[in-house]
Design a protein around this ligand. Structure first.
Ligand code: HEC
Length: 137
């Protein structure tokens, strides 16, 4: 999660964004071919991360700890949920793969409106899986 999924998601959310401050509105987006290529790479990383999450028996949390110090749930509890809910996990992983493939496509078309929409969907996909496997009841 920390090394691949969160890292790529943050890149994608930050790469196309609008911020408002005292100086006005600032639009951020990839401009050069190189920047677009980098954006595409992160979307592909999310596609492949979804495949890794779906591998049967794969430990999502590393060993007995997670990176975030304020983890909502103990790792053994997370693992228990993963072991008993594999089918549901695969469903959420598929949703992640689907939205990420659309992000790859939107990057190829340099479609900013689609990327903004898909960014919202991506956030929902992250949350829906976390609600079941990571957050306490
Ligand atoms: C298919 C299920 C699933 C999806 C989809 C998912 N996550 Fe997670 N995530 C988990 C589980 C399970 C954990 C708890 C285990 C762990 O920490 O690795 C977790 C933990 C995390 C953590 C804490 C990592 C740590 O080591 O402390 C972060 C950050 C995170 N997810 C970000 C994201 C983001 C951002 C997305 C969407 C782009 C996302 N996740 C999508 C299942 C998922």
């Amino acid at each position: 999660m920390d090394s691949v999924v969160d890292f790529s998601g943050d890149y994608i959310w930050n790469a196309v964004s609008t911020t408002v401050d005292g100086q006005g509105t600032h639009e951020t987006q990839p401009h050069t071919d190189e920047e677009w290529h980098e954006f595409r790479r992160r979307a592909v990383l999310l596609v492949e991360a979804a495949n890794l999450i779906a591998v049967p028996g794969r430990k999502v949390a590393h060993g007995d700890r997670t990176v975030e110090d304020k983890q909502p749930l103990d790792v053994t509890m997370i693992q228990q949920r993963l072991d008993t809910g594999h089918e549901q996990l695969v469903g959420f992983a598929s949703a992640l793969r689907e939205v990420s493939l659309k992000l790859v496509d939107a990057a190829d078309k340099r479609d900013l409106a689609a990327i903004t929409d898909l960014g919202g969907t991506l956030d929902e996909v992250c949350e829906s899986c976390h609600k079941v496997f990571w957050y306490p009841d």
